[in-house]
Design a protein around this ligand. Sequence first.
Ligand code: AMP
Length: 256
Amino acid sequence: MQRESRKVSRRRFLKEATGAVGAASALTILKPRWVRGAEKEFGVVVLLGPPGAGKSEQSRRLTARHSIPIISTGDLLRDQVRRGTQLGLQADTYMKAGQLVPDSLMNPILEDRLSQPDCARGFILDGYPRTLAQAESLDALLKRKGLPPHIILLEVPTERLFKLLTGRRICPRCNRSYNIYFQPPQKENLCDADGTTLVQRPDDKEEVIRRRLDTYQKETQPAIEYYARQGRLVRVNGDQPPEKVAGEIESKLASQ
Ligand code: AMP
C-alpha cells in the first residue's frame, strides 16, 4: 500500500516534470538509454537523517556502486571556508555555531554545483534539504531538470547519535570518516587509506552537537514530514552496521 503510493507520487512528479500524458510514457521518455540497460540506475538520491546518522558513509557506497557524484552541502560550504571566499567567511559563523547557513548563501552554491556536467545523469545529495523551504525549492529545481528524486531517511535513535558524533574522526586528506567507539581506524588516530592523522570537526564538539540536533528537530523534521505526507519517504534503519544499511538502501531503491 505504502509502496504503491510512493510509485504514484513518483509518476506524478515525472508527469508534471515532462507534461507527458501517460505516466508510463513519461518514465520511458525520461530514462536515457543507460538507464534502460541491464543495471538499474537511480538518478537522484536524497539522503536525509540527523547529523551523525551515516549519510556520508552511505553516499560513498552509493557513488561507488552507481557512478554518480556525491553532492554534500556541508563539504561545499567547508570548501568555501577553506578557500577563504567571501561566502565562506559568512557561512563559517553559522557553521561554528551549529546553525543552518541561510538559503541566500546556501542555494546559489548548490545550484552552481548541480549545473556542472557530472551531475547531468543524477547525483547523491547529502545534507540538503534541511528545511521545508529547501525541500520545496529542491522539488522545483529537480522538476526543471526532469530528475525525480528518491528520498531516503536514515533513522537512528537520538541517544546513539551523541556518541556517533562525539566519537567521529575525519581524514582531512581523503574525507574518510571513522568513529573511536564503533568504527576505529586500524592504527590509532591514523587513516587506514593514506596514514594521515585524523581530526575532529570543530562542530563535533559537545555543545555544538546539542545545538545541531536541536536544529534538526526544529528545522529538518518539517521537511521530512512534507515528504512523508506525499508518500515519498523511504525509511531505512540506520542503526545497524554500514554494510547492512547499504543493503537495505539498495533493496528499497530497487523496489521503487
Ligand atoms: P554537515 O557536514 O552536513 O553536517 O553540515 C555542516 C554544517 O554546514 C551544518 O551544521 C550547517 O551549518 C551547514 N549546512 C550544511 N548543509 C546545509 C543546508 N542544506 N542548509 C544550511 N546549512 C547547511
